[in-house]
Design a protein around this ligand. Sequence first.
Ligand SMILES: Nc1ncnc2c1ncn2[C@@H]1O[C@H](COP(=O)(O)OP(=O)(O)OP(=O)(O)O)[C@@H](O)[C@H]1O
Ligand SMILES: [Mg+2]
Length: 349
Amino acid sequence: MPTNKKTFFGRQKELDAIFQNIEIYRFDKPRHLLYVSKPKAGATTLLKYVHRKLKADPQIVPLYFDFSRLATTPEEFGSAFTETSRRQLQARNFKMTGFTPIRDSRQGILEEALSYPQKAVQGKNLKILYLFDNLGESLLLEHYRGIDNVLRLLSKTTLHEHSSSIMTTSYDKALKRFHDSDSFHAPNLEIEELGQFTTREALEFLKMLLPNHKNSDLEKIALLASGQPFYLKNLAGAFKHKLEIDEEVLERIFSRAITGGSPVGVFLESYYQIILLKARYYGPLKSLMRFLSSHEGLMQIEICRRLKAKQGIMRLYLKELEELGVIYRDKRRYYFSDLVFREWIIHQR
Ligand SMILES: Nc1ncnc2c1ncn2[C@@H]1O[C@H](COP(=O)(O)OP(=O)(O)OP(=O)(O)O)[C@@H](O)[C@H]1O
Ligand SMILES: [Mg+2]
């Protein structure tokens, strides 16, 4: 089965934008791209692919950092960040000095750690391309005393006019911070959504994974997976040995593939828990998600009437779910953003 980790598929639009930006950077100005996505949309896969493509570039030095792994305590972050930089720079045959912070404040150490890669390439005809995965998680550092504004610090040390970046972050409160923050400066910053595969990409991806299936069946599976690469890949696995797919088989295998201990089931269970953890209104949101999963396309006023709730508080709940990327609004009506997640909730009864 051609689904090893290195299999990269699709994302033509994103790759065109990314490599076009890299070429502009090569000859001219730095650019910064921030991709916002829902969990498992393929953010890491995209960044790692770009990283691999540039591994042997004579001029651009890609440095990949996953903030969800690095952002522990500020002190640990400092050493993990520089160690990760050192390892990647050494792989490009740089002689790197060790990192010995001379500043004594937490903020100072952090600032120095973040400036480390730039200092390492100074005077050489090289350009750093930062690949920051899960950027929003860096904000966790602000929970520590002595660290006040991580976004400003990042802008100052890594997102300035000397380096370019491609960053990812999830749909959550962090995103609001990027929009609101007047301290998050990156020259030529573009914020884009990393969404689903296009219909064509989804179908081609499935064709690659299930070469013996009928086109019409692949179309049905693509639709069920809402074009999301993680779902597509796992549904392909579930339908692999079913060459005859009627409605009953489709329904049965789909349900099994997205619930219980299946990879999709395990992911959605934790996604659900994380949403409830992040949200301010645990109990009501739980019931609201359950209600909305089987009542798509209602307006706020109708939701209130059906649930016997007040409009003011319902507005807060809906806004919270919208900010977390669970639902979206179209012409004042609410819909689930992720149809597989919606199905999963329906199956929880
Ligand atoms: N472009 C792609 N081509 C092939 N497979 C992909 C692609 N994008 C994502 N996938 C598959 O989907 C799964 C999830 O992708 P990935 O881990 O990159 O998502 P993510 O957005 O980083 O998720 P997380 O929320 O866990 O950080 C992976 O198993 C990966 O193989
Ligand atoms: Mg990831």
